[in-house]
Design a protein around this ligand. Structure first.
Ligand code: BEZ
Length: 256
């Protein structure tokens, strides 16, 4: 995940649990089998690593955030969790599959990540992932950008930690690294947040606060998140819940 972002495992598990819930669909795409070795890249607090391990596969969960790995180790026995950098990792074993859910869009330097995944796989091994695709959370990003520019004179692009590639762009990167892309889709998935009115503010605290608003006090963050929420309400709030405008990219690519 992002090297700049400081993850808060409690907030992630308690308020942003939808990430792992939706990720179960990506585990279905992975189709893990007993006896396989599988790396979960950007595993966060490990919920999907454990979901994959239910198949009987041997799973290694890896994340750049030491806080997330500590929480994963506390929550789960029986799965190995390690701190590691997706851009440069080299492991002693090679894997049957590398899995990743909602993590690759934090890795703006995508070419070395894809090359490291390719190196880590056995010949014919699969890379199965979901990330935010082009247009993901676009209304949120453009509202953050407007508020930062207009009210604070801050260039939000400089602070944006996310990379949301198009299907063509990411497929090309995979092909350049030696993968054959056998499945790829780019689809809209408005994503319901918990906690009613406070849902978008929780999302902003968990995912955007540390990067776009790193130099804001806690009180200023609260105020600016309220302003952003008010501006987005007509577009993203319905029947008592926030639906963030997610647009997903999913793929299966084989190491040639
Ligand atoms: C996503 O899963 O699409 C996402 C998560 C956090 C920040 C931005 C996007």
């Amino acid at each position: 995940m992002s090297s700049e972002h400081t993850w808060n495992p409690e907030l992630y598990d308690n308020k942003l649990g939808f990430v792992a819930q939706y990720g179960k669909g990506v585990v279905e795409l992975l189709q893990p089998k007993a006896g396989e070795t599988i790396l979960d890249l950007g595993c966060g607090t490990g919920d999907l690593s454990v979901e994959i391990a239910k198949s009987g596969a041997k799973v290694v969960g890896m994340d750049l955030s030491k806080e997330m790995i500590e929480q994963a180790r506390e929550k789960y026995d029986g799965v190995e969790f390690i701190v590691g950098n997706a851009e440069s990792f080299v492991h002693e074993i090679t894997y049957d599959a590398v899995f990743s859910n909602a993590a690759l869009h934090w890795m703006k330097n995508s070419a070395p990540v894809i090359q490291a995944v390719h190196r880590a796989l056995k010949p014919g091994g699969r890379f199965v992932a979901e990330l935010g695709g082009k247009g993901n959370v676009e209304s949120v990003v453009s509202t953050i950008t407007d508020v930062l520019t207009q009210d604070y004179g801050i260039d939000a692009d400089q602070r944006n930690p996310w990379y949301f590639p198009s299907l063509g762009e990411y497929s090309s990167l995979l092909e350049q690294a030696g993968f054959r892309v056998i499945y790829a889709v780019h689809f809209d998935r408005p994503t319901k947040q918990a906690d009613g009115e406070a849902g978008l503010s929780h999302w902003l605290h968990g995912f955007a606060g540390d990067d776009f608003f790193s130099d804001f006090s806690q009180a200023d963050k609260e105020q600016v998140f309220e302003k952003i929420s008010a501006r987005l309400k007509d577009e993203l709030y319905a029947d008592g819940s926030w639906y963030v405008d997610y647009r997903r990219l999913r793929f299966v690519a084989l190491k040639e």
